[in-house]
Design a protein around this ligand. Structure first.
Ligand code: LCS
Length: 394
């Protein structure tokens, strides 16, 4: 369906969908690894690019293309590249945009493996990386080197909830010939559109809000420029990080309810955040929707809502935090985020275990930090669950 000029909720449901000979209401799962050519010439034409027919599912597949086009439209980009996981998306972007001797500036608070793969793997191919507090613009400026090629940010950051100014980064990237990549996982395209704010590439762990049901792992990249898009697609296809047709089908089903899920989750989140902020056992809380968040004003200028992720610490450090996590009944003690269910976890020992103790401290991933992904359950049940768990702490 042509959704040009249509609004966001309409695009969620219809963008990328196509009509088939049966009049299917949803895009079916094309669970095939390969596609028949009509002739030897047609096969050659598909490979040379003269014909745009499907060839092989690692390269492209109708169900996967529908999902890629859907997210590309939601992000106002040129086109999308779906991947096996969020890390598949991140690795494909690194592989496409970095080379021997090049340098990337990244946030010190990024998802642990997005940092780990640079430090432990890309470093073996002489790629240099600086991890700085991208919420403080001066630290980005100071990290610039003659060989810097990419500025990579995650906002809000996982798990510190620090906000980075996307517009300022875009201006800086343009002035210094860098490609600005934004991991938009915590917001989803519903709450933040980095390409509209000036970024070149946006990516997501589809595993989170886009799919929203904690039942698949996936990733997506959307580029604004056709040249950058082609480079990243080449790396993804050659490394074989492609999404599978069934994954794409499920992600397409999940994305249709993105806005209603996120609306509901963030309505709950602000109430949970206010409850925690007022609780005597809570030492600190960071949620972009609280006036106490140091970048509340900046968040308002680039996010259309504050989302449902927050981090907090209890008085007395990690031990009471551990007790809290061991005594919640409704919230699942589990990593991942952005699903319909409330999840709680301890980044220092779980999602960010790959980052060294010193680097975690510099990034603000303190030992007492507990991360909460607020779900769409009834908010009183979420609050009561936290309340009774907090009461177990003496
Ligand atoms: N980007 C962000 C911001 C993430 O939070 C994650 C995963 C990824 C990328 C990687 O995506 P994946 O390969 O897992 O689809 N974050 C996780 C987390 O915080 N808990 O478990 C996974």
């Amino acid at each position: 369906m042509n959704t040009n000029g249509k609004e966001f909720n309409t695009k969620l449901i219809h963008a990328g969908a196509f009509d088939d000979e049966y009049g299917s209401a949803t895009v079916p799962i094309y669970q095939t690894s390969t596609f028949k050519f009509s002739s030897a010439q047609n096969g050659a034409d598909c490979f040379s690019g003269k014909s745009d027919g499907y060839i092989y599912t690692r390269i492209a597949n109708p169900t996967i293309r529908a999902f890629e086009k859907n997210i590309a439209e939601l992000e106002n980009g040129y086109d999308g590249i779906a991947t096996s996981s969020g890390m598949g998306a991140i690795s494909s972007v690194y592989m496409a945009l970095l080379g021997a001797g090049s340098h990337i500036i990244s946030s010190d608070a990024v998802y642990g493996p997005a940092r780990g793969v640079l430090e432990q793997d890309f470093s073996r191919f002489t790629v240099e990386a600086s991890f700085v507090n991208t919420s403080n613009f001066d630290s980005i400026r100071e990290a610039l080197r003659p060989n810097t090629k990419v500025l990579y940010i995650e906002t809000p950051a996982n798990p510190t909830m620090g906000i980075t100014d996307v517009r300022a980064c875009a201006k800086f990237a343009k002035a210094n010939n860098l490609i600005l990549v934004v991991d938009n996982t915590f917001c989803s395209p519903y709450l933040q559109k980095p390409l509209d704010l000036g970024a070149d590439v946006v990516l997501h762990s589809v595993t989170k809000f886009i799919n929203g049901h904690a039942d698949l792992v996936g990733g997506i990249i959307v580029a604004k420029d056709p040249g950058i898009y082609k480079k990243i697609r080449h790396s993804m296809v050659y490394m074989g990080c492609n999404m599978d047709p069934t994954q794409a089908f499920m992600a397409l089903r999940g994305v249709k309810t993105l806005a209603v899920r996120v609306d509901r989750a963030q309505m709950n989140a602000i109430q949970v955040a206010r409850f925690l902020e007022a609780h005597p056992k809570v030492a600190w809380i960071k949620y972009p929707g609280l006036e106490s968040h140091p970048q509340y004003e900046l968040a308002k200028t680039q996010m259309s809502g504050f989302g449902s992720m927050m981090s907090f610490g209890l008085k007395g450090g990690y031990e009471p935090g551990r007790k809290l996590m061991d005594h919640v009944h409704l919230a699942l003690l589990a990593v991942s985020l952005g699903g319909v269910e409330t999840l709680i976890q301890h980044p220092a020992s779980m999602t960010h275990a790959a980052v060294s103790y010193e680097d975690k401290l510099v990034a603000g991933i303190t030992d007492d930090l507990i991360r909460l992904s607020v779900g769409i359950e009834d908010v009183n049940d979420i609050i009561n669950d936290l309340k009774q768990a907090l009461e177990t702490i003496k």
